[in-house]
Design a protein around this ligand. Structure first.
Ligand code: UD1
Ligand code: UDP
Length: 364
């Protein structure tokens, strides 16, 4: 069985690493990896291939950055050519980026079965590009591999036949279990941090970085918090690109560093007193490590984290309101110990689903 995996952005390399390892262990399965080139800086791409031992992509499309239409369109055209050459049994896509949508759409139009890993997530905010990518990818896909119960319920609500949906758990949980090892204390020493005595933050969502007022509110709230505790901010290039246009007084106490590799990131998350982020993946990793989290957004597609008390939403309107949510989270009791994302065996379940699932004769 030939599986063509499409990746392109940082979180997809991590998700694909967990699954590729499981696929490599199958003698009857062969993976062809396609990297769209959506992310291309060494610290946004190559570092993950090196650290997580992901195979060199069979196809590097080198699409790069661009407007949504231009970037997705170029990917669509290039992925179509790869599909025509390879004719795989499955196309596998992850998450909610432009690379996800381009992979799913190109394959569906060529009648190549599509499996979507991390299907069914909804923020119910259609102004987010990710929300459109999720909805369109789910509806173009054949097999919807969901991480949670809520994701399955979202798909049911949209009329997707239940035979197309399999709850497998979250491959990011698999990845965090496998890759949290080594000298995590050394990472803290390198950053001059003490376990349990710092805040780890990330900010990259378009809705936050492209709106100057929101970004200033977020940075100012974190900057205030940094009076009490060091705040480390490994900064995504999208956010770095606009930082120079802001008054330095809103971020002068933050420890702003370049994006770090995944192993280093896991160590930093594990020992943080608090995580503050607008990232989807980082919210969950905070939960995996039992670290309180504040999500710097008005809503999250990982609603179960909020419902179970692990995560608080801080809509980036007012700096003062965000600061009080951040301070409250510093005092937080631990949330429920419920296993929200499976048992760390999502990759194995996905492999089984790819091997055994057959189309239920549903018209697409
Ligand atoms: C994308 C995804 C988002 C995901 C994020 C993970 C879409 C619509 N968004 O957002 O869902 O959470 O990846 O990190 O697909 N840039 C660089 N170097 C790079 C990559 C990007 O400098 O290696 C800069 C460029 O200026 C680029 C900007 O970052 O225009 C945004 O990159 P892009 O891939 O379009 O979106 P992300 O914000 O990374
Ligand atoms: N991550 C990383 N280095 C960083 C920031 C994040 O390795 O400097 C990892 C993080 O641990 C998580 C993933 O990247 O596994 C999340 O990616 P991102 O926040 O870019 O995207 P999202 O999850 O929001 O789509």
């Amino acid at each position: 069985m030939k599986i063509l995996t499409v990746v392109g952005a940082r979180p997809q390399f991590i998700k694909a690493a967990a699954l590729s390892r499981a696929l490599r262990a199958q003698s009857d399965m062969h993976e062809v990896l396609v990297h769209t080139g959506q992310h291309y800086d060494a610290n946004m791409s190559q570092v993950f291939f090196d650290e997580l031992e992901i195979a060199k992509p069979a196809y590097s499309l080198e699409i790069g950055s661009g407007s949504h239409g231009a970037q997705t369109g170029r990917m669509l055209e290039a992925i179509e050519q790869v599909l025509l050459t390879e004719r795989p049994d499955w196309t596998l896509v992850f998450g909610d980026t432009n690379s996800t949508l381009a992979g799913a759409l190109a394959a569906a139009k060529l009648h190549v079965p599509v499996a979507h890993v991390e299907a069914g997530l909804r923020s119910h905010n259609r102004r987010m590009p990710e929300e459109l990518n999720r909805i369109l990818t789910d509806h173009a896909s054949d097999l919807l591999l969901t991480p949670t119960k809520l994701a399955g319920a979202n798909l049911q609500h949209e009329g997707i036949a239940e035979q197309r949906v399999i709850q497998v758990g979250d491959v990011m949980y698999d990845a965090s279990l496998y890759y949290t090892r080594g000298d995590t204390a050394g990472v803290l020493r390198a950053h001059d941090l003490e376990a349990g005595k710092y805040v780890l933050a990330t900010v990259h969502r378009a809705e936050n970085t492209d709106d100057r007022e929101r970004l200033v509110a977020i940075l100012s709230a974190l900057n205030q918090l940094a009076v009490e505790l060091p705040v480390l901010l490994p900064l995504h290039p999208r956010t770095r690109a606009v930082l120079g246009q802001l008054d330095a007084a809103c971020h002068d106490r933050l420890r702003i560093i370049a994006p770090v590799g995944y192993l280093e990131m896991l160590a930093l998350e594990k020992h943080a007193r608090l995580v503050a982020t607008d990232s989807g993946g980082v919210q969950k990793e905070a939960y995996f490590f039992g670290v309180p989290c504040v999500t710097l957004r008005a809503e999250t597609e990982w609603q179960e984290l909020v419902d179970s008390g692990w995560n608080r939403l801080a809509p980036p309107g007012s700096c003062d309101a965000m600061l009080s949510t951040l301070r409250a989270a510093l005092q937080a009791q631990k949330g429920s110990a419920e296993q929200l994302y499976g048992a760390g065996d999502a990759a194995g379940r996905i492999v089984e689903a790819l091997r055994t699932w057959t189309a239920p004769g549903i018209e697409r």
